[in-house]
Design a protein around this ligand. Structure first.
Ligand SMILES: Nc1ncnc2c1ncn2[C@@H]1O[C@H](COP(=O)(O)OP(=O)(O)OP(=O)(O)O)[C@@H](O)[C@H]1O
Ligand SMILES: [Mg+2]
Length: 280
């Protein structure tokens, strides 16, 4: 009797999981469709803001040239307005680009391309994307500065990976780490806080181990529990899709048959460790 009840309960749980997965996959397809449609008009917004910026620069030059017959005062007033317009156009392009990067995240998540394992210089690839993540952060957040400590294993031969996916993992984790230290620096501006991100790539017994640790805001117990849920984010609206960690999980666990471990303490640090078997 009891066995039957347990079985029934298991079936119910499986049905619930299935229902959730279906919901997620149709949500994924819907958002991919919308993302694709929005990308086009957004490109127009960005391109026209750039074109207008060029036109404004021409106008400024004309205004500055000797042949303009305007009184000095009016010239200055027009000059001020032109400067404001330039600034506004830069804002339009900046926020447009941010929207584009969010949309690209959604599109990448739901793309259906076949994946190919290729022998990869994992140290070089990791390094490249660590710095890409750092520079992307610097482009978005002014006064962003951190120390990056890198330790890449010697004698690492080519590892069979899906390079574009592995690099996405590094980039996602770097983005989160950079954001966490940036946020902590904002919260404690006078504390002499030194943001540090540590990267370590090692290999032992045919297992590749990547560790990325930051001394940023850390994660509460609640955040740790929801970390891998798709669309879970603690970032302000418009700044994160909450897809980063669920993409990472998919890439490491399903595509590379690896495992993810993390430890974190709120207000102190977060450390992610990835193990990937090298004899795939
Ligand atoms: N290194 C970290 N330090 C502190 N919190 C983190 C860290 N990494 C992830 N988190 C928490 O996990 C949440 C989910 O991360 P995830 O990467 O999935 O989404 P996101 O970064 O919010 O948005 P997206 O990656 O789509 O831009 C984050 O909003 C944050 O609260
Ligand atoms: Mg993220």
């Amino acid at each position: 009797m009891e066995d039957l009840a347990t079985l029934n309960k298991q079936i119910e749980e499986m049905q619930e999981r299935l229902r959730l997965q279906e919901k997620l996959s149709s949500l994924g397809m819907l958002s991919a469709g919308i993302a694709h449609e929005i990308q086009n008009p957004l490109n127009f917004v960005i391109n026209f803001s750039k074109l207008s910026d060029n036109l404004l620069n021409e106008l400024k030059q004309l205004l500055g040239s000797e042949c303009t017959q305007l009184p000095q005062e009016e010239k200055e007033e027009i000059g001020d307005i032109l400067c404001d317009l330039t600034e506004n156009l830069h804002k339009i392009a900046e926020h447009g680009n941010r929207a584009i990067s969010i949309i690209q995240g959604i599109l990448l998540y739901s793309r259906g391309k076949e994946d190919e394992y290729v022998p990869t210089d994992a140290a070089r690839l990791t390094k490249e994307y660590v710095w890409l993540g750092y520079h992307a952060m610097r482009a978005n957040y002014k006064n962003f500065n951190i120390s990056i400590h890198e330790d890449y294993a010697d004698g690492l031969s080519a590892v069979k990976l899906i390079p574009q996916d592995f690099s996405r993992v590094v980039l996602n984790i770097m983005n989160n780490a950079c954001y966490a230290v940036w946020k902590k620096a904002q919260e404690h501006p006078e504390d002499g806080y030194q943001p540090i991100i540590r990267i370590k790539l090692a290999h032992e017994d045919n297992i590749l181990t990547l560790t990325i640790e930051d001394n940023g805001v850390g994660m509460s117990r609640e955040v740790q529990q929801k970390l891998f849920e798709a669309f879970f984010t603690t970032k302000p609206v418009g700044q994160g899709t909450g897809l980063g960690m669920s993409i990472v999980k998919d890439i490491i666990e399903h595509k590379h048959h690896g495992s993810i471990h993390f430890t974190s303490e709120e207000g102190q640090y977060t450390r992610f460790t990835f193990h990937i078997p090298m004899n795939l």
